[in-house]
Design a protein around this ligand. Structure first.
Ligand code: CA
Length: 708
């Protein structure tokens, strides 16, 4: 089954030299002397990892093979670095000329000696903690970019910052978003041709998506491309004006957008030096339900892959994976570029496994659909029509049109989310962290702007897990696996089952290895060709980020950022409890053959569940359950059960204290991220939420006291 495919980038190196000024010989000038030539020629420096997916093709494949399928069992920890944050860690580190650069939760950046783990510098952009309520899925950051001696990070509060790679001091900083709106940046910037590309998120809250290009040296904006039309219908004086007017405007309602429109470019951005194109994935609709977006149409460019010219942002092609999305089926999951042998010829393709459960192979020069096949259980559509490129939907999935609830798979977490997949040109397989989750979609009876929090146009109570039995049911209905997918023969090659969802991103290597961490707290190595498990080690916390590999002084290392959090540490807490509740112990870990370092587990900080008496009526508790789901559950966990990164309210010392109202309504803990909810609830409603939490705490006590 092994297929050998030549990496796409090798043949283009010569093409780029003329256009890209500096060469690899500048490496001696100082740290992070990375340019387009070096990244295009990344395979000539296999010990480096110079951009988030290692190369411009973002295959997340390391050519290193000192660690391989004959000796992986000898891998051991060689150093670890404790982080100064205890939230979800999603970044893939870069390693350039012996220095490791990475971002952490709260958009902080570290530079470490990649051989020893010693800190060289650390940078904190001091993101105001109240920005935590402007993100759906934790205060995460997925990585940095390096270019010409600078390190670039996007911050949760919407800044793009260039740091001096030698000392971590800011060189320039620009605000890329309107801070009065609920925008946030969690994705990694990409750099090509002297420009930094960055998007943003916020489609659960009511924003309009776009991607921007900034000059890497000055921070001046070069172009911006909006992914959906604006509310006024007026041009934006942006690169997208022509295409929004010609292609997109007629696919939306005439009355203007009720709520931003969405289509946020919150993760995948890939530069293709062969065709000089920039591809980006766009997010879900805002609001989710089409019933509150005016006319029924395709709503371009939601849930699409869009190709533009990197110098100008000029539109080239698009392929919409989910016309008229109303399921939160974003298309921002990581994009991989590859050359594949299809029907007897080498096709230059873009590989994509978005939330919607279909695996897409597109011609990356033209956007033509080559194939689309379900890689996971899918109940919203039966297939994708090869001629039209459109999904063949099951009519009952259109809950906004039927007026009936629809329970389907995948749910809003997707069959595959942001956790990076990897492609091995040696095996020809794509390795995908797959989740199998079911969700109920019900259009809310009424809809309007909200002062804060999710505003999806759905009745969020439909998925409320209000009791322990419901939490158990949510766990029972969830599963997850690491899937090896053959994109040429369009079928599964092998899979490894995991206990619960939310597992980490993937690395493939020339050592015939696939590496992945689990939500349950193990870091595991499999044979890339068969999926046979070769090695595993406990890491004391969830791994949701993707590993990478580098080489220094003739030794190969594998590094992975660990620390539970992200969506499955918050909103989707119930299903991920299947893997066991995990503490957040945020660290960078580095492994090598014969490594002998050990991890010391910090002392547990468990608090007793000792609630005050429940005095409220059942009706008040029921009201509190609904209000909790609407306002609190996104962070504090379904059914008031926290997975661990945000306080579990059942054991809160404030439940029996008047401080409770000061915290909830006056924002006395806003420096820790707990802002005032006075815009959303009054004192009686806050009291009902407290009664619900107290009732959940008593339920837990009952279950615990009934245990062995
Ligand atoms: Ca979303």
């Amino acid at each position: 089954m092994a297929i050998r495919i030549m990496p796409a980038v090798v043949i283009t190196a010569a093409l780029l030299v003329a256009g890209c000024g500096q060469g690899a010989q500048t490496a001696a000038k100082g740290p992070a002397q990375v340019d387009g030539v070096r990244i295009v020629n990344a395979d000539s420096e296999p010990g480096m990892w110079m951009s988030v997916g290692r190369t411009y093709s973002e295959q997340r494949f390391s050519p290193l093979k000192q660690i391989n399928d004959t000796n992986a069992g000898q891998l051991g920890l060689t150093w670890s670095f404790d982080l100064d944050t205890a939230r979800g860690q999603e970044a893939t580190p870069l390693v350039v000329d012996g220095v490791m650069y990475f971002s952490t939760a709260w958009s902080m950046v570290k530079a470490l000696d990649a051989k020893t783990g010693r800190a060289i510098w650390q940078y904190d952009p001091k993101v105001p903690r109240e920005y935590g309520v402007k993100v759906c899925c934790d205060v995460v950051n997925r990585g940095v970019a390096v270019w010409n001696g600078k390190v670039y990070v996007g911050t949760l509060d919407g800044r793009l910052i260039a740091l001096d790679a030698s000392n971590g001091q800011p060189v320039w900083s620009v605000q890329t978003t309107d801070t009065t709106k609920p925008y946030a940046i969690t994705g990694a910037p990409r750099v090509a041709k002297g420009k930094v590309f960055i998007g943003n998120g916020g489609a659960e809250f009511g924003v309009r998506g776009y991607i921007s290009a900034y000059d890497a040296e000055s921070g001046d904006m070069v172009w911006r491309f909006y992914t959906v039309p604006g509310a006024t219908g007026q041009p934006d004086n942006a690169a997208s004006d022509k295409m929004l007017a010609e292609k997109a405007a007629s696919t939306w309602g005439d009355g203007g957008l009720v709520l931003g429109g969405g289509g946020t470019v919150w993760d995948a951005i890939v530069y293709d030096p062969e065709f000089d194109l920039l591809y980006f994935g766009t997010g879900n609709a805002s609001p989710w339900t089409q019933g509150y977006r005016g006319k029924i149409g395709d709503n371009l460019f939601l849930a699409s892959i869009v190709a533009v010219k990197p110098d100008t942002g000029e539109y080239v092609w698009h392929y919409q994976e989910v016309p008229g999305d109303e399921w939160d089926f974003t298309s921002v999951q990581p994009i991989i570029l590859a050359d594949l042998p299809i029907n007897g010829e080498t096709r230059k393709v873009l590989l994509h496994a978005p939330k919607n459960g279909f695996f897409y192979v597109l011609d990356r020069e033209t956007g033509e659909l080559i194939s689309a096949d379900p890689f996971a259980p899918v109940t919203w559509a039966s297939s994708v029509d090869k001629e039209t490129g459109r999904p063949v939907e099951h009519p009952e999935a259109r809950y906004s049109q039927t007026g009936k609830p629809w329970r389907g798979t995948p749910g809003p977490q997707g069959a595959h989310n942001w956790n990076p997949m990897a492609f091995s040109p040696d095996t020809g397989l794509v390795y995908i962290p797959v989740n199998v989750l079911t969700s109920t979609y019900v259009q809310a009876a009424t809809f309007g702007e909200r002062a804060m929090g999710f505003n999806t146009g759905l009745d969020r109570g439909a998925n409320a897990t209000s009791g322990l039995a419901a939490v158990q049911a949510a766990m029972d209905g969830a599963s997850s696996h690491l899937l090896a997918w053959d994109p040429v023969n369009r079928k599964e090659a092998w899979r490894v089952e995991h206990p619960g969802p939310g597992n980490g991103g993937v690395l493939a290597t020339a050592g015939n290895l696939v590496l992945q961490g689990t939500f349950g707290g193990n870091f595991v190595i499999y044979r890339a060709d068969t999926g046979e498990k070769l090695w595993s080690t406990p890491v004391q916390t969830s791994v949701i980020a993707a590993p990478m590999s580098y080489e220094i002084d003739g030794e190969q290392y594998v590094a992975v950022l660990v620390g539970t959090g992200g969506a499955f540490g918050l909103t989707q807490g119930a299903p991920s409890l299947k893997s066991g509740p995990m503490r957040n112990i945020s660290r960078m870990l580095a492994f090598k053959l014969g490594g002998t370092a050990t991890l010391v587990e910090p002392a547990p900080v468990a608090r007793a569940i000792d609630p005050p008496p429940l005095t409220a009526t059942a009706a008040v508790v029921a009201d509190g359950s609904r209000l909790y789901t609407e306002n609190c559950g996104v962070c504090h966990g379904a059914a008031a059960i926290s997975v661990g990164i945000v306080p579990d309210l059942r054991s809160s010392p404030y439940l029996s204290d008047d401080d409770y109202f000061d915290i909830v309504l006056n924002g006395t803990l806003k420096e820790r991220g707990m802002v005032s909810f006075a815009p959303m609830i009054n004192r009686a409603q806050a009291a009902a939420i407290r009664s619900y939490v107290i009732s959940q705490a008593h339920d837990t006590k009952t279950v615990r006291s009934a245990g062995p």
